[in-house]
Design a protein around this ligand. Structure first.
Ligand SMILES: Nc1nc2c(ncn2[C@@H]2O[C@H](COP(=O)(O)OP(=O)(O)OP(=O)(O)O)[C@@H](O)[C@H]2O)c(=O)[nH]1
Ligand SMILES: [Mg+2]
Length: 199
């Protein structure tokens, strides 16, 4: 399957997708100015995070509305079983996936979406954070496994080390603010790249 034809305004279409708690928080704070057709999507297993978000398109994975409690294999299984994700990657030229790695949903679900998007022949960009040192080795390990899966299924992967941001010795909410800004810059760069590509 090749790239979609252009929409009526002659622009390519891109979906910016926040996956899991961190991905959605980052997406909530992203204030993207783009004259390209962009659509924002929030995806989580945790219904509270989705209800709180003002993002217009939402996908609730799994039925009980609870998060994955850090279990990325459970997150991966839930995503594999979800037909809802096909609609996300079907009618677009590109997806930009945003997530925090180390938990259950972002780590488990993001690679499944990336793989599905590649199956539909669309461009896939992923921007993800790696856990803080104080979050421990088990989270780090999970995040690294996801990185391996992601790198096999995306066109461009951008990794943000939370610890590097944390080295600024600010409080957590200031650190998250810095991380949000890095994401914003990267998303804008990706959009420029997509736009500049030959039709
Ligand atoms: N930048 C940023 N990073 C966050 C935020 N919340 C959590 N993180 C980071 O992202 C990692 C994953 O956390 P979450 O996104 O909450 O986890 P999840 O993907 O929702 O997974 P489950 O809750 O287990 O289903 C954490 O280990 C942190 O390193 C946030 O608000 N902003
Ligand atoms: Mg969560």
């Amino acid at each position: 399957m090749g790239m979609r034809t252009l929409n009526r305004s002659g622009q390519k279409e891109v979906k910016i997708v926040g996956v899991g708690g961190a991905g959605i928080n980052i997406l909530n704070n992203l204030n993207i100015k783009s004259n390209m057709a962009t659509e924002l999507w929030a995806i989580n297993t945790d219904s509270k995070s989705l209800v709180r978000s003002k993002i217009s398109n939402k996908i609730q994975l799994s039925n009980d509305g609870k998060g994955m409690g850090g279990d990325s294999i459970k997150g991966w299984l839930v995503a594999k079983q979800a037909d809802k994700l096909v609609g996300l990657v079907k009618d677009t030229d590109a997806v930009i996936l945003l997530s925090g790695l180390g938990g259950g949903t972002g780590s488990g679900v993001t690679p499944v979406i990336a793989k599905l998007a590649k199956k539909f022949g669309i461009k896939v960009f992923a921007i993800a954070t790696m856990p803080f040192k104080h979050e421990g080795l088990s989270r780090r390990k999970k995040a690294e496994i996801t990185l391996g899966e992601l790198s096999a299924n995306v066109d461009v992967l951008k990794i943000i080390e939370n610890e590097t941001i944390n080295a600024m010795k600010t409080d957590l909410s200031t650190a998250f603010g810095h991380i949000d800004m890095v994401f914003k810059t990267e998303v804008e760069n990706f959009i420029k790249t997509i736009k500049s590509e030959k039709k």
